[in-house]
Design a protein around this ligand. Structure first.
Ligand code: SAM
Ligand code: DTB
Ligand code: SF4
Length: 338
């Protein structure tokens, strides 16, 4: 039933629980092209139906294995295909991981995300990551890992270890994908996402904006995400960090308001998901970030580093939150223990 506060798009109404999985390109492009104020009003309305508008979930990132990745992702400083000044580092020791997790927890993070520059882990790698997951969980934090493509068995093992979230991004539209990555397919990505979902692990899946993609590519990325059988619980929207040495080092600057529109459309399409304002905040003004929160972003990466590049200082984020009256919240209420 359409309630008075339910938004409608060109006569197209939401289904009964507000969750649709049948978005079409034309209607999503129509959303993107709304007058800015109308789009933000609609996104903020949807946001308020499902979330406390002044609470933002906080995740901290740690690179547990840096550089020398065999994949050729054009945006990535960790690809062995490009000279970005990053050396090869082995998987770091568990005690270092736990030290970083404790620090993140002390700073106010509720989730600890560990990233590895792998195409796919070996079974031995997975066992070592399992030890990290168990250690971080014992601190009382939520866990997330991003390790590349997984087998069924590896996915089961991570679930058994109590992993809360698995991050695996679609990154862009299927049409633009081969311009960015040639060493794997879109279907490879979808296959791992299906395994993660079927194992009962929460899905964290989003993409990167500002890689030279078209308006239609941005719309199609969000449609892919929203038309998955179940929406990802967490949707990171990254603004490309242009790293020297990568093929995208000189990518043209995106109109920041297009980035805000992308967040707003993600919020409208996936009303119950956490939309994370992810990489790229270091180059954003406080005002631009405020617009992203208004558009429905309600999660951030927090702490001085993303994986290999800089993120705003925790202190300046705390100040920004204070100026905006935002609270750092946990996400334990919105993830599912399957
Ligand atoms: N290797 C695994 C994979 O690709 O799934 C996990 C680590 S990979 C670094 C995780 C994500 O980081 C990528 O999917 C991409 O979305 C993001 N990322 C990497 N480099 C980036 C950059 N320069 N700017 C924005 N996001 C980036
Ligand atoms: C995601 O979507 N963004 C994070 C996390 N998931 C793993 C990574 C951003 C990486 C930015 C480039 C770097 O620091 O190396
Ligand atoms: Fe490797 Fe992941 Fe970077 Fe691609 S994004 S090069 S898979 S670390």
């Amino acid at each position: 039933m359409l309630t008075e506060s339910s938004p409608s798009v060109g006569g197209q109404h939401y289904c009964i629980d507000g969750i649709r999985h049948d978005w079409q390109l034309a209607e999503v492009q129509a959303l993107f092209n709304l007058p800015f104020n109308d789009l933000l009003y609609q996104a903020q309305t949807v946001h308020r139906e499902h979330f406390d508008p002044n609470e933002v979930q906080i995740s901290s990132l740690l690179s547990i294995k840096t550089g020398a990745c065999s994949e050729d992702c054009a945006y990535c400083p960790q690809s062995a295909h490009y000279q970005t000044g990053l050396g090869r580092e082995d998987l770091i020791p568990v005690n270092e991981v736990l030290k970083a997790a404790r620090q993140a927890q002390d700073q106010g993070a509720s989730r600890f995300c560990m990233g590895a520059a792998w195409r796919s882990p070996t079974d031995q790698d997975v066992e070592r990551v399992v030890t990290m997951i168990e250690g971080v969980r014992s601190l009382g934090m939520e866990t997330c890992v991003t390790l590349g493509m997984l087998t069924d068995q590896q996915t089961q093992r991570l679930k058994q270890a109590g992993l809360d979230y698995y991050n695996h991004n679609l990154d862009t539209s299927e049409e633009f994908y081969s311009e960015i990555i040639t060493t794997r397919t879109y279907q490879d990505r979808l296959d791992t996402l299906r395994r993660v979902r079927e194992a009962g692990i929460n899905v964290c899946c989003g993409g990167i904006i500002g890689m030279g993609e078209s308006d239609a590519d941005r719309a199609n990325l969000l449609i892919e995400l929203a038309n998955l059988p179940q929406h990802p619980e967490s949707v990171p929207i990254n603004l490309l960090v242009r790293v020297e040495g990568t093929p995208l080092a000189d990518a043209g600057l995106l109109d920041p308001l297009v980035f805000v529109r992308t967040i707003a459309v993600a919020r409208i399409l996936m009303p119950k998901s956490r939309v994370r304002l992810s990489a790229g905040r270091n180059e954003m003004s406080d005002e631009l970030q405020a617009l992203c929160f208004l558009a429905g972003a309600n999660s951030i990466f927090y702490g001085i580093k993303l994986l290999t590049t800089d993120n705003p200082l925790a202190d300046s984020d705390r100040q920004l939150f204070q100026r905006l009256g935002l609270r750092m919240g946990g996400a334990s209420e919105d993830h599912h223990h399957a």
